[in-house]
Design a protein around this ligand. Structure first.
Ligand SMILES: [Cu+2]
Length: 150
């Protein structure tokens, strides 16, 4: 407990009773500060986890096959291959990830450019492997000239 000597407002009247009152004020201040800190700490717990976009991969499709995000967004995909191992390759954003069967696999990148970008399966998974594709639509930040806008 710190007892800093503060300049006495009443000047001449520096009695013993005054000292007691000061100490009590300091104590009350400490309690208020503790309450404020507790409130701040509990508030921090309310921040939500970043939303992951759930995607499934199976012979021979991604679902959803079209993923739409906004430019500048940090994108987190959680992709689960349901029938066998697949892969997820999004060349434009340097993403290539193997998707082991049954394991939700996180893929993260920042959609820093607008446009429509293809993604595809990067693990040869059968006769339809080459048509196992989808597309990522990144909507322009300014709401400007998006070719796929309705
Ligand atoms: Cu595949």
């Amino acid at each position: 407990m710190m007892m800093k000597a503060a300049p006495d407002r009443t000047g001449a009247t520096t009695g013993g009773g005054q000292m007691h009152r000061k100490r009590r004020l300091v104590l009350q201040g400490g309690v208020l500060l503790t309450l404020a800190l507790a409130a701040m700490a509990s508030g921090a717990h309310e921040s939500p986890a970043p939303d992951a976009i759930q995607v499934t991969a199976r012979k021979y499709e991604f679902n959803p096959a079209t993923i739409t995000v906004k430019q500048g967004e940090h994108v987190k995909l959680l992709i689960t291959a349901t029938d066998r191992d697949h892969g997820f390759k999004l060349e434009e954003f340097n993403v290539e990830q193997r998707l082991p069967k049954g394991v939700p696999t996180a893929v993260e990148f920042t959609a820093d450019k607008a446009g429509t970008f293809p993604f595809e399966c990067s693990v040869v998974c059968g006769i339809g492997h080459r048509r196992m594709k989808g597309k990522l639509v990144v909507q322009a930040a300014g709401g400007g000239d998006s070719p796929s806008a309705p």
